[in-house]
Design a protein around this ligand. Structure first.
Ligand SMILES: [Zn+2]
Length: 303
């Protein structure tokens, strides 16, 4: 088939900030291309915020002018060839396509997705959007809706883009507020309004690297501890990005290989196994706000 001839792009289905950025990097290939045809599978209309026919009418004939990431959202800015556009007035206003992959959403360029939901025929490539569980969101927004959406999301500083000092400053300002004082640091770091982009995998690895127990609270953590956590964020996140993210469950790249970070994981998902940092204790797991939190009791003692 023709799409096998083209260079294949990868997809990742465990999207934390790193994996979303890897998707955005892969999508730069479609920048400037025109959307010729859009096909939404009948069982997948709930992913959209508009009627599928409206979705098609708005997108067909548009060009993809910009692609970027804000937090875990992938934003396309759309340009329209007004003369050739099939769409009515309302559709003209929608300039942004915002995708949140949630858990199993993902784009593939020129490669069929095993759980295909939306197909975009572009001027040069075919883009497949898939989502095994159908929990992801593919929304059309106008400028006001986009602003409102991100204002509401109130995302904290971006852990991939910000430097260590910026992250440290943000954490010191936010974490010592009364509302966080008795919360577990694990829970606070997962809160995207404090700092954005850390999910369950990377929080576990960051706290292990920083020798901080996931249940410690800001009341027990010094500025020095927050500095150490910032350093660990800026060690773990760029490391994960450099190996193109994590593959824990079903992620493979187009050559059938997983992202490199799985091999570098020290604690996440390793309950009962010997800690490779100290070689003297087994990894423990506690449930914090319904999420499993892995740690080594020797390397990460309670404060
Ligand atoms: Zn250990």
């Amino acid at each position: 088939l023709w799409y096998n001839i083209n260079r294949l792009k990868e997809v990742i289905r465990i999207p934390e900030i790193v994996e979303v950025q890897v998707q955005v990097d892969g999508l730069q290939r479609i920048l400037g291309q025109k959307i010729r045809k859009v096909q939404v599978n009948e069982d997948s209309t709930r992913l959209l915020n508009v009627h599928p026919e409206t979705f098609q009418a708005c997108l067909e004939g548009s060009t993809i002018d910009q692609i970027w990431r804000t937090g875990k959202y992938i934003v396309w800015e759309l340009g329209k060839d007004l003369e050739k556009s099939k769409s009515g007035k309302k559709e003209q206003q929608w300039q942004y396509l915002v995708t949140h992959l949630i858990m199993t959403g993902g784009y593939m360029v020129n490669k069929l997705h095993p759980h295909e939901r939306i197909i975009y025929e572009l001027s040069r490539d075919t883009l497949y959007y898939g989502d095994k569980r159908k929990w992801s969101h593919v929304n059309l927004f106008d400028t006001d809706e986009l602003k409102f959406h991100f204002k509401k999301a109130n995302l904290g500083i971006d852990t991939l883009m910000a430097n260590k000092l910026e992250i440290e400053k943000e954490m010191v300002e936010k974490i010592y507020q009364r509302k966080y004082m008795n919360k577990a640091i694990k829970e606070i770091l997962l809160d995207q309004t404090v700092i954005s982009g850390l999910g369950n995998i990377y929080v576990a690895e960051v706290l292990h690297h920083a020798n901080i127990h996931p249940l410690d609270t800001p009341g027990h953590l010094s500025w020095g501890d927050l500095e150490t956590i910032s350093e660990s964020i800026k060690y773990i996140i760029p490391l994960a990005y450099s190996v193109r993210g994590s593959s824990i469950k079903d992620y493979t790249d187009t050559s059938g290989e997983g992202g490199g970070f799985a091999k570098l994981i020290k604690v996440y998902g390793k309950a009962g196994q010997i800690c490779k940092t100290c070689n003297c204790q087994n990894i423990h797991v506690v449930v914090i706000k319904g999420r499993k939190s892995f740690f080594c009791p020797y390397c990460q003692p309670r404060r």
